[in-house]
Design a protein. Sequence first.
Length: 188
Amino acid sequence: EMVELLIRYGADINRETEEGLTPLHIACSAGNRCMIKFILDGHYTDIDRRDNHGNSPLNFSILNVVDQKTLDEIMDLLIQYGADVNVVDEKGNTSLHTICMNGKLNAAKKLLGKHDADVNIPDVNGITPLHFASNGGHIHIVEWLIEHKADLNTRNNKMNTPLHEAIYKRHRAIVNILIKSGADVNIR
């Protein structure tokens, strides 16, 4: 009710903070589903507006919302209203990169299973979601990415493949999965 009153008296629902955060970013970060829905229901123009670090509201929610059920609901809501799952931040990371860095399996399943996230987009360093998941030891995400046609032999800017990342971090189970799935063991 207070927000409605403020808007009625001229508050700009799209006004950014010094960091480039909009009220939608802040509502997403706080996990406030009611406020997100209110903002999206006719009060917001650019659902993919990025903050000063290139984070969209979708990516911002993935970074900040801890409760999986709340995150699932926020992701569904944002995507239902047209959020682009492949928008990139200043480092070239998509929401899927962020999910794989942070080991959020359910969120990965949601983006890959229902929303056509591009599994092979590299960031500015050539790092794909599979590189991040392999490096982080997120075995179930690695399996899910492979199931969704992640490129097993793609190289980052340091010429490392996801297999190299898993070996460097001594993630034996991931090394085995990558090799069993067809990763080239002869790439140097």
